[in-house]
Design a protein around this ligand. Structure first.
Ligand SMILES: Cc1ncc(COP(=O)(O)O)c(C=O)c1O
Length: 413
């Protein structure tokens, strides 16, 4: 069976696009229709969609078709037309991200992209300093810390204020920049994987640039969860994946380097002694899951059929529903503030005074064993551990209502 190139490039999802008008976040009938595209397990109430995103059914169908084609034709496809197809995929990714195609290179995940950016950023001199925060992802913290030995810089780590506020977060970075005038580069995590807190990245990046500080943004959790274009972040370097909130197959990520800044990141040594200024030389991945990359347009088409604005509002509404239902419980500490600029779908909580790793492992276990709700504990906050709740488009309001009811039962003991 010959697979139509349009199927690989996402046309399979287009009839659905026409069928889904933009709707209010609370229109349950509409969102039930969206959720019906996801074959999510009903063995548990799955509220841990932060690890990676499910493929919607049309995306999975496109992926299967792509796997079959790549497997059947192997290099007969790869050495003739696949490169052109992948170029079209890259163009589709760039358009969806609001970037120029020359600013985007594929990686296998956000980790690979951010490692290339952090470790490759070559404007640091011995005696300079770099900055990161407690909410940043552990692997990126490791890369930032490694710069001390690799580049001879001082590594500054700050704890973000809790409770956070829009202005308080900006001030925390301003104070850190003031305290160490030799900071030349800062890592900013757009959406925290620990608490769900959204950093006012554009404001901080602008303030940083005015002081001669470059920012590298970790957008692993924001692309597809929030409604924004990459240039709006005002950062010249961004690492992201498309297998979380865009719902592409696992193994699709990207790095973004703003035009004119490629030389400030070292080429991957695998590119040899005379690399070009093509952004793709900054991450050399070798052979990858081509079928996964070829499926990206189907995932983007599915997301576009929902709309980035309605999607972001729906995800926030799912979070609001359970958070507002438990706010009369004095023992429940919700770790994102009630400022819609500062949260999306993800929000973590803890029970007052129970801040240890073990406390929060036990809480997530109780949630699962007694209430059939799957969440995950998170560590690494200066204020202690917590439990993270991540609904997604497959989530029904009834699912987050069940979480609120379970929490009420647990704290009332
Ligand atoms: C904030 C953040 N950064 C980076 C990553 C790494 O993403 P990936 O798994 O695509 O490498 C994650 C993954 O959960 C994350 O939450």
């Amino acid at each position: 069976m010959e697979i139509d190139r349009r199927t690989l490039l996402g046309a399979a999802a287009l009839p659905l696009a026409a069928a889904l008008p933009a709707r209010a976040a609370e229109d349950e009938a509409h969102w039930a229709g969206v959720a019906a595209n996801y074959d999510v397990t009903r063995d548990v109430i799955q509220l841990e969609h932060g690890n990676w995103g499910m493929m919607a059914r049309p995306v999975l169908a496109a992926y299967r078709a792509a796997v079959e084609r790549v497997n059947r034709e192997t290099s007969f496809y790869a050495r003739r037309t696949m490169i052109g197809d992948l170029e079209a995929v890259r163009a589709a990714a760039a358009a969806a991200l609001g970037a120029d195609v020359e600013e985007i290179a594929f990686t296998r995940n956000a980790t690979e992209a951010l490692k290339a950016l952090i470790l490759g950023y070559n404007r640091l001199r011995p005696g300079d300093a770099v900055l990161y925060a407690d909410l940043d992802y552990d692997a990126m913290q490791g890369c930032m810390a490694a710069l001390e030995k690799r580049r001879g810089v001082r590594v500054v780590k700050i704890a973000l204020p809790e409770p956070a506020s829009h202005q308080g977060l900006i001030q925390a970075y301003a104070a850190a920049f003031d305290a160490e005038p030799r900071i030349r580069m800062a890592l900013l995590t757009h959406v925290s994987h620990r608490t769900g807190l959204i950093l006012p990245v554009a404001e901080i990046a602008r303030m940083a640039r005015a002081r001669g500080i470059d920012t590298i943004v970790d957008a692993a959790h924001s692309v597809g969860q929030l409604d924004f274009a990459l240039p709006a972040l005002e950062a010249d370097f961004v690492g992201l994946n498309l297998h979380k909130w865009i719902g592409a197959p696992l193994g699709v990520g990207a790095l973004y380097i703003r035009k004119g800044r490629v030389a400030d990141v070292d080429a991957d040594p695998a590119e040899g002694a005379s690399p070009t200024e093509d952004v793709r030389t900054r991450a050399h991945t070798g052979t990858v899951d081509y079928a996964a990359q070829l499926t990206l347009p189907a995932a983007l088409a599915f997301q576009q059929s929902i709309g980035a604005g309605p999607r972001a509002r729906r995800l926030r509404a799912l979070r609001d529903r359970w958070v507002h239902a438990v706010r009369d419980l004095p023992n429940v500490q919700v770790l994102t503030p009630e400022d819609p600029r500062l949260y999306g779908a993800i929000t973590a909580f803890r029970i007052a005074g129970r801040t240890s790793h073990d406390d929060n492992v036990a809480l997530a276990r109780t949630m699962l064993d007694r209430h059939g709700i799957f969440t995950v504990h998170r560590d690494g906050l200066a204020s202690g551990s917590c439990v993270r709740v991540t609904p997604a488009l497959a989530t029904r309001m009834a699912d987050v209502d069940a979480l609120a009811a379970a929490l009420r039962t647990i704290v009332r003991g």
